[in-house]
Design a protein. Structure first.
Ligand code: FES
Length: 235
C-alpha cells in the first residue's frame, strides 16, 4: 500500500494513501471533534465541526484525504473560532433544555460546546417547531433537538437496511423522519433502536414507558426488536 507523509500540528507522520486527515490525526492521538461523522456509515461532511487549517483554507478533515507534503493544523485560533461558529449556529436552532434532557452530560453537542467554551449564543432567530413524536412504542423522536447530522438515517438505511427515515423538505424546513412526515409508528421502522445509538444528541431516545407498552400491546410478536447488524459505535 502506497504511503504518504504529512505534518499534523508539527508532527510528521506516514499514513496509507487514501487515509482521511481525521483518521490520520486519530492514529497519533490528536483529537478532532466530529458530529456528523460515523466511520464507514455516515460521512456527508455536513456539520463542519471537524475543520482543520491547511494552508490558507479551512477544510473538513473527515473527508479530506491526506496528500504527500500536506501541512495540517488542528488547533489554531482560526480553527477554534470556525468550530465555535459552527456549534453556535447549530445551537441557535436547537431546543436547549439540556438539564432535563435524557442525554444531559452524554450529549456530543453539549460536550463540544463546553470544550469550545461557548457561554453565550450570538445567534438567535427562527427555530424549528414540531410536536414530539410519541407514536412508536419504542422510539421517541424530538425534531426540535435534531441537528440534521444524518447519522440516524445512514444507520437505518446503510446498516439496518430498513429505510424508515430520511431527510424531508428543503432548506430551513428540513427535518428527519418517515416519508411524508408520517408518525414513526406508521413507517416501516422495526424498533431496533440503532438510530438512538447513532444520534449524537437527545433527538431520538427510548420510550420511557417501553416496558408497560410492550406488556399492553395485543400482539407483541409484531413488535419484536430486531437487530440485523452490530450496534453502531460512535467514532
Ligand atoms: Fe466532518 Fe461533520 S464531522 S463535517
Amino acid at each position: 500500500m502506497e504511503k504518504v507523509k504529512i505534518m499534523i500540528d508539527g508532527l510528521e507522520i506516514e499514513v496509507e494513501k487514501g487515509t482521511t486527515v481525521l483518521e490520520a490525526a486519530k492514529e497519533v492521538g490528536i483529537h478532532i471533534p466530529t458530529l456528523c461523522y460515523l466511520k464507514n456509515v455516515n460521512e456527508p461532511s455536513s456539520c463542519r465541526a471537524c475543520v482543520v487549517e491547511v494552508g490558507p483554507r479551512l477544510i473538513a478533515s473527515c473527508t479530506l484525504k491526506a496528500e504527500d507534503g500536506m501541512n495540517i493544523k488542528t488547533n489554531t485560533k482560526k480553527v477554534r473560532e470556525a468550530r465555535k461558529t459552527v456549534v453556535e449556529l447549530i445551537l441557535s436552532d436547537h431546543k436547549r433544555e439540556c438539564t432535563s434532557c435524557l442525554r444531559n452530560e452524554k450529549c456530543e453537542l453539549q460536550s463540544l460546546a463546553n470544550n469550545l467554551n461557548i457561554r453565550e449564543l450570538r445567534f438567535e432567530g427562527e427555530r424549528t417547531r414540531a410536536e414530539i413524536d410519541y407514536s412508536s412504542p419504542a422510539i421517541v423522536r424530538d425534531i426540535e433537538k435534531c441537528i440534521l447530522c444524518g447519522r440516524c438515517i445512514a444507520t437505518c438505511s446503510n446498516v439496518q437496511t430498513v429505510n424508515a427515515i430520511g431527510f424531508i423538505n428543503r432548506g430551513f424546513g428540513t427535518i428527519v423522519g418517515p416519508s411524508f412526515d408520517k408518525p414513526l409508528a406508521d413507517s416501516v421502522c422495526i424498533n431496533c433502536g440503532q438510530c438512538i445509538l447513532a444520534c449524537p444528541v437527545g433527538a431520538l431516545y427510548e420510550h420511557e414507558n417501553i416496558n408497560d407498552i410492550w406488556r399492553e400491546i395485543e400482539n407483541p410478536d409484531k413488535l419484536v426488536v430486531v437487530q440485523t447488524a452490530p450496534a453502531v459505535r460512535v467514532a
